[in-house]
Design a protein around this ligand. Structure first.
Ligand code: PEP
Ligand code: MN
Length: 293
């Protein structure tokens, strides 16, 4: 016997994301990464570290420096999504081991990128938070699998993704069972090629209205330009971001990736100094920095 099903009406909601929306949850979500709270209306966080893990020494020196000046989490890529296959692709598992060892030694939780479904299990053994990079924001198979882990996920906005697509990508993770999603605005492609990307701070303010999820900003990849990262970090917090993530390298001119946008230790110290006082003045107590010394 064959059954005939007639679809009378397909309704298309204005807001197709459900769990990510503020309607679904009025209070702001705080994502906990080893005791560090991102979002929830609390203190803003600063996550810092090199673009790529290059060596134990490089990671150790950077972690000591960024912790000293107030970063509460450490970043570093072991699996790198490079535009060219001839560029440095990352140290893989060796890089993960370095991150874990240094993270434990210095006392900073680790966030690192996962590019492939097949690496999830291994990365989960070493990292405290998994980053989905801009290029993988709509890798739905990856998102579905990450939803099955308990790890917090840092979901970067795709370079050409609309806010709706970004929130729907988050929805894949939430609806699959993992509520620990932090969004990250990292610049989008526009007509203007003066900088690496265009930092969309309006999207940050908008997402804070539309969603309860925490949002942080990556001014390093958004601009590609070291000199303007500190001022844009301030602007990000003033626009309501729950934190920033920046790239720092002991010797940016020798970095194997993203040297031009990597801050020196001195640059980072200055940025942190500039962030605390003025931002408090601009946006009030709500965005005080969570400084970890
Ligand atoms: C990175 O964080 O090093 C990175 C590659 O970021 P994005 O995916 O935003 O380009
Ligand atoms: Mn980078």
């Amino acid at each position: 016997m064959t059954m005939k099903i007639e679809i009378k009406k397909i309704s298309r909601s204005e807001k197709p994301y459900l769990l990510a929306s503020r309607e679904a949850k009025r209070e702001r979500t705080a994502v906990d990464v080893c005791g560090i709270k991102i979002g929830g209306g609390g203190e803003a966080v600063v996550i810092a570290g090199p673009c790529s893990v290059e060596s134990y020494e490089q990671v150790l020196q950077t972690a000591v420096a960024v912790k000293k000046y107030g970063a509460v989490m450490f970043r570093g890529g072991a699996y790198k999504p490079r535009t060219s296959p001839y560029e440095f692709q990352g140290l893989g598992v060796e890089g993960l081991k370095i991150l874990r060892e240094v993270g434990d030694r210095i006392g900073l939780p680790i966030v690192t990128e996962v590019m492939s479904e097949t690496d999830i299990e291994t990365i989960c053994e070493y990292a405290d938070m998994l980053q989905v990079g801009a290029r993988n924001m709509q890798n739905f198979a990856l998102l579905r699998k990450l939803a099955k882990t308990k790890k917090p996920i840092l979901l970067k906005r795709g370079a050409s993704a609309t806010v709706k697509e970004w929130l729907l990508a988050a929805e894949y993770i939430l609806s699959g069972g993992n509520e620990n999603v932090v969004l990250c605005e990292r610049g989008i492609k526009t007509f203007d090629d003066s900088l690496r990307n265009t930092l969309d701070l309006a999207a940050v303010a908008l997402v804070k209205e539309l969603s309860h999820l925490p949002v942080i900003v990556d001014p390093s990849h958004a601009t590609g330009r070291r000199s303007i990262i500190p001022i844009l970090s301030k602007a990000a917090l003033a626009a309501g971001a729950d934190g920033v993530i920046v790239e720092v390298h002991p010797e940016p001119e020798k970095a194997l990736s993203d040297g031009a946008q990597s801050l020196t230790f001195e640059n980072f110290a200055e940025m942190m100094h500039g962030l605390t006082e003025p931002v408090r003045k601009i946006v009030g107590k709500e965005t005080e920095l969570a400084v970890c010394i």
